[in-house]
Write a protein of this length. Structure first.
Length: 105
């Protein structure tokens, strides 16, 4: 069993449990977009490779959904503000000619 109580993945070659190995730069770069873990088989087959980090993918998906929601709300606010800007400007420009006409009389 792994440190967090999860079972370690099985080696695709020999069927023995895989053990975590130190990630290389390429694995770290892949993890920016798609979280992965690097595993190695300690049996005679010597298989090494990466497997998806499922627990981190769920957290990353939730975080991406939150960011997407915030961006969507911000975009809606910008569109609404741009849409209402002519009405806001007309309301203030309508008041100013009245004040000028009152002073001209």
């Amino acid at each position: 069993m792994g440190a967090a109580g999860h079972q370690l993945p099985i080696c695709p070659r020999c069927g023995q449990p895989l053990h975590r190995a130190t990630r290389r730069l390429g694995h770290r770069l892949i993890s920016i977009v798609y979280p992965v873990r690097h595993y190695a088989c300690r049996s005679a087959c010597g298989w090494t490779g990466i497997r998806p980090a499922v627990s981190r993918m769920k957290a990353r998906k939730r975080r991406l959904l939150r960011v997407a929601l915030v961006l969507l709300l911000a975009l809606c606010g910008i569109v609404l503000a741009r849409h209402l800007a002519p009405y806001w400007n007309n309301q203030h420009t309508d008041e100013s000619p009245l004040e000028e006409s009152d002073t001209s009389e």
